[in-house]
Every structure is written in C-alpha cells, then in structure tokens.
Write a protein of this length. Sequence first.
Length: 138
Amino acid sequence: MSEMSDVRLKQLHGRLGDLVYQFTRVQFSHSPAPERWAPSVNAYRCEKGFAICVDLAGVTKDAIHVEVEGRKLRLEGRRDIPEPKGKGEEPIQILAMEIDSGSFARDISLPADVEGSAVRAEYQEGFLWIYLPFRSNA
C-alpha cells in the first residue's frame, strides 16, 4: 500500500470513529412510555372551593374530558407527539423524546364535597384551570 493511501485510510477511519461517536453519544434515561401518562397538577384550596391547574401544553381543548363525581375529579384526554411538520423539517432521527404523548388520565381525590354542576374550566397558555366550588350545606 502506498503512503498516500495509508494516510487516506487513517483519515477515513478517524471520520468513521467520529460518526460512530455522534450516533452513540445520545443516551435515554427514561424507560419506555407507559400506556397512559399522568399530567402534572397543582391543587389549591381557596376560600370558595378548589382550584386545580393541569399542565397540558400542546393539548387541544377538544381532546380534554373532565368529570366530577362526589369527591373525585377525573381528567382524560390525548396529546399527539409534538414534532416538526414543515416542508423540509420532517425528522430523520430522534435525539431525545421526553415530552409525554398519547392518552393521559389523572384522578384527583378532593378532601371536601364540591358542587359538580357549578364546576368551570378555563384553558390558558397550555394550562387547564378547573374551579370546583364547595357544596353548600343549604
């Protein structure tokens, strides 16, 4: 083998090593996604009832179902996988996948009775706010 081809072979070997490193350096620390995921919530007891804030970024209002029964709040819905969809921006490799997608459900037990017919919900900037007034004793 000539000296020129030996140098070229070493360069190619170096480039191949760099490529292998790039492909293997991304590591996932999460286990496979569960069948359903549970969105994060903040729950507050207020003067007139409970206020629940649910982190649902990327979920359309139509995909959310809220049900109140007794002292239990049930939240269900679905979020599609957020990924680039523009022309020429389609993904060719996943480098990280940490945002939950698919069906979600969350049950929240409330420490007091609420007026189920007066529950109201607002969706603002990716947060679903659910307001549950206390049941009156009248």
